[in-house]
Design a protein around this ligand. Sequence first.
Ligand code: C2E
Ligand code: MG
Ligand code: MG
Length: 733
Amino acid sequence: MTDSNQKRGTHLLVDGSDSRCSDREQALGGTAPAPLVLMVGPDARATVLGDFSVIRVERLSEALSFLDRNTATAIVADLNLPDSSGISTLQRLLNRADVSPIIVLVGETPEDHAIALKALENGASAYLPRRAATADVLGPLVESVVVTTKNSADLQRCEARLRVAVEGAGDGLWEWDFRTKAFYCSPRCSAILGFPAQETIDSPSRWFDRVHPDDLRHLHAHLDAHLEGARGSFECEHRLLNGFADPHWILARGRAVRDLDGKVTWMSGFLMDITDRRRNEEQAIHKSLHDELTGLANRGLFIDRLERSLTIPDRDGGGDLSILFVDLDHFKRVNDLYGHAAGDRVLIEVARRLESVVRPGDTVARLGGDEFGILLANVQGAELAIHVAQRILDLVSQPISVGKNEMVVNSSIGIATSDTGYQNAASIIDDADLAMYRAKSLGRSRYQVCNPLMHERAVSRVNLETELRLAVDDHQFEMHYQPIVDLGSGRVVGVEAMVRWQHPERGMLTPAEFIDVAESSGLIVPLGWRVLEDACKQVGRWRRNIPESEELFLSVNLSLKILMARGMRVRLVETLERAGLPASALVLEFPEAVILDHGDHAQERLKTLRALGVRLAIDDFGLEHGSISQLDRKIFDMLKLDPSITERVNDVSSGDRLPPSLIGVAAQLGVEVVAEGVETGEQLEALCRLGCRLAQGFWFASPAKAEAVEDALTQPPQWWTNPRGVWKSWQQT
Ligand code: C2E
Ligand code: MG
Ligand code: MG
């Protein structure tokens, strides 16, 4: 034993001499385990290897019993021992030696070489020919084997620790090999994704398929950003939809490993179920934005939504809104007479009633005390707000039972609408507030619109709607018909039905004065059906009774609301049957703008009507050039030139190409053209020159009651008789 060896640590020589026992005791009893090399074999000669002390034993049994109680930093073992030989020596050592690297010593025959290779495959760290195993060679070999084994053991330990930590924390591990496309998901990871824990998830697409569709893009964007190197790590919170009743929230994290070229070879990470955290956060956010008592939006959220709605650009349908300020009348008395608990119950009930009068997407808020705010989004004018206000006045004043008491509270409402051009939430709120105070000062239990002009206009529209409702029930309408003339023969070949309202006080109203309100209120549906039924009956009678009119066709303006109504086709067939009118005698007109606005869905409906044999016309054609493309779809049989286009036929000689090209395109597509609004002989002449076959307008006849039109149907028309083109209206003769 040299000084230098003693300095390095325990220097043991285990070679069957007596010193063995005391050496073992020292090894067992030593405080810190010293780096030891266990040399096993009869020929083992070295006593010290590099920085390591050596314990020498001859037999495998000795080595094993040493290892039962000690650990060796490395083992150098001859495979041929007195009590064991070949590969089984290695296996028995490995069973005991935990992670110690083992260097095996073998002979030099080819068989020995084969055994050495087998030993490497089975867990030996290196081999040496027995003859070369001198201290000089073994020392560095042991050191290098110890270092590499330590590194890989450290790595394994690290991995194992990480797994335990991650799985212990309830997170799931995933690994993704980009070269082999192999994907691994730990059982916990499968469970987080909603799969049975034992199910093998061998592809990332099984994960992605479960991602909430709204979050998928966001997940891929994060993943790609990391894989492309734009972000140092991957981290994304997303929802899972499949497999769960409620969406689950997942936090996915990971990091890619790249090769020297920067190409991703491997990625691993973990998934964490953060549903509870998100739910708590959402609850906290909800709490901060809502009124605790009623659960309604609070003032902050109301103002935020209002500001957002005001800033949505017009073209996106935003910016148009109304707000209502609802204040309960004399609410203080409820608190004073019945106590605050009763007051709270009343507020909760009022909140529920207010919520019941709005549409999804609108906001009802408690602004404070007994004051509520309602935001109606995407509405123009004050009509809807007035409707809502009327409903609120009515609903809120219904008795509210609190315990044994029944109480009645009324409300006053102020309305402001964005039509007045507000730039910010504060000013529209101020106006609604002012209007509300005006409603109070005018006697409470009423609503008031902030802008007097708008108020008037809105009220008159609301009144008109009420009157129109009555008029539809009473049928205060009559039909007028305008002849449609064949310019080739001069005969009336069709009539267009136009509705008129015989208003009890205001006299006869034309559609311009009420069709909009009929449309927006939905009253156009019963009204339109009545128009269609009356007109079909009338034209059926004419076709049967007037020989010249047996081929007369009827053109009717139809609302899109009727077109899209359920059961429309069946009712139309019944109407035609009752009137004794073949489907081919009916032309249904739809304004050009309506067709353009209601794309494919309407087209499908139109096709089913056309299949019945009914003909379809585009009304007011030429205002929106886009509908030329509709002609191509072979849905429409007829187009009715808008009077503004008819007017331009006179200018054709001075170079206006629009009327001739519209008429030309229609002719090419086999679509009949009716020029509407013909008012002068010059227009008529020009239309004839352009080859337009059908026309209607004041020049021939204004829309008139059925009896007046009968004359035009039976008498030969005068406008046709002058072949030189000095056209005269038969009405004027
Ligand atoms: P429209 O279908 O384009 O009807 C033609 C309109 O032009 C009629 O107005 C008619 O009186 C008017 N008119 C006729 N000849 C001339 C003329 O020579 N010059 C000019 N400037 N105008 C002429 P009316 O009856 O006031 O109808 C207006 C619109 O109301 C109609 O336009 C149609 O879109 C709609 N309408 C009329 N009746 C009904 C109906 O029963 N149901 C539906 N949904 N809409 C209808
Ligand atoms: Mg029309
Ligand atoms: Mg028209």
